[in-house]
Design a protein around this ligand. Structure first.
Ligand SMILES: [Fe+2]
Length: 135
């Protein structure tokens, strides 16, 4: 469902590698949604959320360090968006997952779509453009 495309590339290898990992987690969530053989998906959903949180914390800090290194002027607003993503994930009410598992997985998938179109393609590309002007 989530295919990596050339337009997602920042050209910064370490960041692209990390972004590709995000696609992997997104596909895992999609596969879980489509899997009718697993009746209780609760543990898997929690696993995906935790994976996502670990991923965010690690990737965002690497990316933020990079932005500081290049003296990116919109660093703070970029960091705020990262923090918002993490906060939204942390605030998730795990009890709700148990009642409506597939609906919840759909919500996680929406999160990925938003992230890819609103963050990677928009905010991340903005610092890529900025970085290109430095060269
Ligand atoms: Fe970012």
């Amino acid at each position: 469902m989530f295919d990596w495309k050339k337009e997602y590339e920042t050209g910064i290898e370490t960041i692209d590698e990390k972004h590709k990992e995000l696609f992997k987690i997104a596909n895992e969530a999609y596969a879980l949604l489509k899997n009718d053989l697993i009746l209780d998906k609760y543990d898997k959903v929690v696993e995906i959320i935790n994976k996502l949180l670990d991923y965010c914390e690690y990737h965002f800090s690497t990316e933020e360090k990079h932005l500081l290194d290049i003296g990116y002027k919109k660093f703070l607003s970029h960091k705020v968006q990262h923090e918002e993503f993490i906060r939204n994930l942390r605030d998730e009410n795990l009890e709700k997952i148990d009642q409506n598992q597939d609906e919840y997985i759909m919500k996680i998938l929406e999160f990925f779509v938003k992230w890819i179109s609103g963050h990677i393609l928009d905010r991340d590309m903005d610092y890529v453009k900025y970085e290109r002007t430095l060269k």
